[in-house]
Ligand binder design. Structure first.
Ligand code: AVJ
Length: 962
């Protein structure tokens, strides 16, 4: 075999030293045709072998696969991993010997096995959109060598449209690599081909990070063989070791759908799948025979050894679990089967299971072979968030059965992976949790707390992630020469905020530590407080600091920033993960306050950046805004009966009584305006499940220009500042730092519209509805989220948990809770405001709002979502929401002694009538809201009613008769 190493292979990877002693021949070299022992292959391609040095043919050692076979057969493990069953198993790789590959290829042509046909349909229909994501002179790396049928569709398009593409296929088996690449290399002249032989781990660790832009392909439904948490581990490893920001991964994911369709795909009428799964046993027989021959020192297996299994004593069986979306394939013993271990393997068997007893399989006993998971609507987002990726595009077939998903490594992420924040997996609901409701609920509550508010004081990695986003914003998205810009004249230029964040933190760190300010101490004075004048009367402004007329040098401000950051890290490291006494609650509050202050400023700086000329913004990411495909807004309403004791605010965070104490475990801090907890009365109301979208607002706006006599000024006043005129076209784009997608012809049409309170109110008046009050919004959001979580936790087939048509959501929640021993509404350590959906668009996982659910996508999922019996609703993420409530303190409010003006400077005088009220309460969270703030839904935001720049939308509400 001629091992040929293409120079590109060297650019992307560092092959094993042994294979690159001299400079490798070029792929284009006429002599470099790779050959295999099975015969010449005409195509030209490189071949790099990364396989660990062949296992020594020692007589004492059996190959690892044999050990795995014995282990799987003798130990009963929790298989499938998310079930409660204990099963024997055989390693997945055994499916793919030559016979297995051939059988799987036949499966892909079966009418029942819709997956491959759907994938090909997606590739055929959307190929131009897909390859638009793959740049010139880049590497395309496929995990597994893929079926030629689909890989060639992609390569065909790349071959025509791109130059300098190198296609790498990674596979453990050399033979399929040779076969595939030989054929492909023959057809596509503009693409270089390299086969990388080895396990994914062996190969991927050799990838050089920045060499060239990369697109990793994980097609088919291979990800379906992994549980979600295993898939995330696998992917985050690739993200950490092989990718740089903006590198992409395209993953094929099969969706949950009608269980019958799925069962048919894995139980075809020709029984090819049966043959495919049963072939594992023949493969085991071959491996065992080969091993024994080797152990005996013979080169060919002894024909008298017929391996372990009599295949005819087994049948294939499989089942589909609608909740996990997993199809599990097993082999079942048709009668009692006794397997006598070959003499040569006895020592190994004893060392694995401590005995050499015969293996007895009782009639009906199962051997687990593989899981094929199907994915729910939120799966791509969850996968992205738990592997350090951004989900940036999705392509699907006409039936919506199967999706290709584009993921990219982001420039910076606001928070560490939640799996790194706590020992729990990311899934809030673990399907292997005990089945009784009370236990399930307490497990859930523990998970919520562990993954959402893991500690009162943010840990070092949370600070560092947040700073990476701040630095990306201030030093990369805004170029150096634009730091003196002042895109919103009611605000300071950007440079002020560069000093403001560390100055604020330093003032509070000094108080926390009772220690002096960081040098230069004058910065604390100059940068302490920004400005927020009254828009309608800019002479009205709260007290603020006066920055110098000559700003300090940027490098001096950055050096100051670094000194303050070091100070914070030192303080936090003193306590984090250490078995030392907790800090005082007062000191901890200063540190916590500094953190959330910075988090809030990321958002304010971002909306300032959004008002810049787009040409001056350096995009942090490549994002696809799919064209708008006749999707309609999902217009639905929910009923609430309300009540007279709707709790508002955070309980148990009394600054005064905590002052002298050590930080209590599990404490949740809040800002002064969140306390003390109070209650409100809410009359029956109906509320829309989704905010108003850009598309809907555009309809309203276009009627303004023609309708009113004062058309021009009302049209201008009502045009969102979040929009930007697109060229000469009669169209607007939505301002984002990653592009300005059209309001009328891209998916941005379905994003919530970002407007001022005045604009929101004008829209509501126009359609004869109103904005919800703070209490109505809070009640519907938290009730909906808790009901949704609990309903999914309950057995979806139990009739009592289905909500009746027209039933109120709060009535439904009461019914759900009657089955639980714990009432999360009463758990102060896990306030039920925290039941924010795990896929909410917060924490800058996207640099833009995302689509609300559409009618089409709502229909697509007939799985558990619909059995839950609640409409699809969205309250948190993408954009904050305006309420009709003026910003007033809760009864018994006390300004924080640590930052007295935080809220008090902005409350409207209690006497203010609606007409002269300036500030309104804003609830929820935007795409740029830090997860800590977004998850603590007692957080109260507020803005001036005429302030048009904020990332806030609105939804409609109306009172209903009881
Ligand atoms: C190769 C993992 C994508 O799970 O659909 C097909 C394997 N098993 N029929 C799948 C398989 C039974 C297949 N994958």
């Amino acid at each position: 075999m001629v091992d040929t190493i293409h120079p590109e292979a060297q650019a992307a990877c560092a092959p094993q030293a042994t294979s690159s002693s001299s400079s490798p021949p070029l792929l284009t070299d006429a002599d470099s045709t790779a050959q295999t022992s099975t015969g010449p292959i005409q195509g030209k391609y490189g071949f790099v072998d990364y396989r660990a040095a062949a296992s020594p043919d020692s007589h004492e050692h059996v190959p690892p696969i044999v050990t795995q076979i014995i282990d799987g057969l003798t130990q009963r493990k929790k298989l499938p991993k998310d079930s409660n069953q204990l099963n024997r198993s055989l390693p997945l790789v055994l499916l793919y010997d030559d016979k297995g590959l051939e059988l799987f290829d036949r499966i892909t042509y079966l009418p029942e096995y819709y997956l491959t046909n759907c994938e090909i349909e997606v590739l055929e229909t959307d190929i131009q959109d897909i390859i638009a994501e793959i740049p010139e002179d880049s590497d395309v790396i496929e995990l597994g060598c893929g079926s030629l049928r689909k890989t060639q569709l992609l390569l065909e398009a790349l071959d025509q449209a791109r130059s300098g593409i190198t296609y790498y296929a990674i596979d453990v088996m050399p033979l399929p690599l040779h076969e595939s690449l030989g054929a492909l290399a023959q057809r596509f002249k503009n693409i270089s081909f390299v086969a990388l032989c080895g396990t994914y781990d062996e190969v991927l660790t050799h990838f050089k990070k920045a060499a060239r832009r990369k697109t990793v392909l994980w097609l088919g439904s291979s990800i379906g063989n992994y549980t979600t948490s295993d898939a995330c581990k696998f992917l985050s490893n690739i993200v950490d070791h092989a990718l740089v920001p903006n590198d992409a991964i395209i993953i094929g994911m099969d969706r949950k759908k009608d269980p019958n369709v799925i069962m048919d795909a894995y139980h075809d009428s020709e029984k090819v799948t049966d043959e495919f799964e049963l072939n594992v046993l023949s493969h085991v027989n071959t491996i065992i025979a080969d091993t024994i021959a080797t152990l005996k020192g013979s080169t060919s297996p002894d024909p008298n050894i017929d391996g372990l299994f009599d295949v005819s004593k087994f049948e294939y069986t499989g089942e589909y679990d609608e909740v996990t979306g997993g199809h599990s394939a097993y082999l079942r013993a048709l009668e009692d089967v006794v397997i006598k271990w070959p003499r040569e393997l006895l020592a190994t068997i004893r060392s694995i299971c401590g005995s050499e007893n015969d293996l007895i399989l009782k009639q009906g006993e199962l051997i687990f072979i593989e899981s094929s998971y199907k994915f729910g609507k939120t799966a791509p987002e969850m996968l992205a968030r738990n592997s350090g990726l951004t989900h940036s595009a999705e392509w699907t077939d006409s039936r919506g059965y199967y999706t290709l998903n584009l993921f990219r490594k982001p420039l910076a992420t606001m928070s560490p992976l939640s799996s790194k924040l706590s020992s729990e997996t990311f899934q809030a609901v673990k399907h292997d949790a005990p089945t009784d409701h009370a236990h399930k609920l307490s497990t859930l509550l523990e998970n919520v707390v562990a993954t959402r508010q893991p500690s009162a004081i943010p840990c070092v990695s949370e600070w560092k992630h947040m700073w990476s986003v701040w630095d990306a914003l201030t030093l990369s998205i805004i170029s150096r020469d634009k730091l003196f810009c002042r895109p919103i004249d009611l605000r300071h230029p950007f440079i002020f905020y560069l000093g403001h964040l560390p100055a604020f933190a330093d003032i509070h760190m000094s108080r926390a530590e009772s220690a002096p300010l960081t040098e230069p101490v004058s910065y604390a004075e100059w940068f302490e407080r920004g400005i927020d004048p009254n828009i309608e009367d800019p002479t009205i402004c709260h007290s603020h600091s006066t920055p110098p007329t000559d700003w300090p040098e940027i490098c001096d401000i950055l050096a100051y920033r670094d000194r303050v950051r070091e100070r914070i890290i030192n303080w936090v490291s003193r306590y984090e993960g250490k078995d030392v006494e907790m800090p005082s609650a007062e000191a901890a509050r200063h540190v916590w306050m500094s953190f959330e202050h910075e988090a809030m400023h990321i958002e304010t700086l971002l909306y300032m950046v959004l008002q810049m000329d787009p040409a001056d913004i350096n995009s942090p990411a490549e994002v696809t805004f799919a064209p708008f495909r006749a999707a309609k807004t999902y217009e639905r309403w929910m009923q609430f009966k309300g009540g007279n004791a709707i709790p508002l605010g955070l309980s148990g965070d009394n600054e005064v009584s905590l002052q002298s104490e050590m930080l209590p475990p599990g404490h949740v801090f809040g800002w002064d305006n969140e306390s003390p907890q109070t209650s409100a009365t809410v009359e029956p109301f109906a509320i829309r499940t989704q905010p108003i979208t850009n598309g809907e607002y555009l309809v309203f706006l276009s009627q303004q220009s023609t309708g009113s006599p004062d058309g021009v000024s009302s049209y201008n006043d009502l045009t969102p500042k979040s929009w930007i005129k697109l060229g000469d076209l009669d169209d607007y784009g939505v301002r984002t730092v990653v592009g300005n997608p059209s309001v009328s012809s891209t998916e941005a049409s379905l994003w919530p519209v970002l407007v001022s309170h005045k604009q929101a109110t004008a829209y509501a008046n126009w359609c004869g509805k109103r904005l919800p009050s703070e209490a109505e919004w809070t009640h519907s959001s938290r009730t909906y989220h808790l009901a949704h979580t609990l309903a999914r936790l309950s057995d979806p087939t139990m009739a009592m948990f289905n909500s009746q048509a027209g039933e109120s959501v709060d009535g439904y929640l009461d019914k759900l809770l009657s089955a639980h021993a714990v009432d999360p509404r009463e758990c102060t350590w896990a306030p039920y405001d925290m039941f924010v959906p795990t896929d909410a668009n917060i924490d800058l996982v996207h640099w833009h709002p995302t689509s609300e659910i559409t009618e089409e996508s709502a229909k697509m999922y007939d799985s558990i979502e619909q059995k839950v019996g609640l409409p699809e609703a969205r309250f948190i993420g993408s954009a904050w929401e305006w309420t009709s409530t003026q910003f007033h303190p809760f009864e018994g409010f006390r300004p924080s002694a640590m930052y007295a003006g935080y809220s008090a400077d902005f409350f409207d005088p209690p006497s203010a009538h609606d007409a002269d009220s300036t500030h309104y309460v804003v609830k929820g969270a935007s795409y740029a809201t830090h997860r800590r703030i977004a998850h603590r839904q007692t957080f109260r935001n507020w803005y001036q009613r005429a302030y048009p720049y904020v990332l806030a939308t609105f939804r409609l509400c109306e009172s209903v008769a009881e």
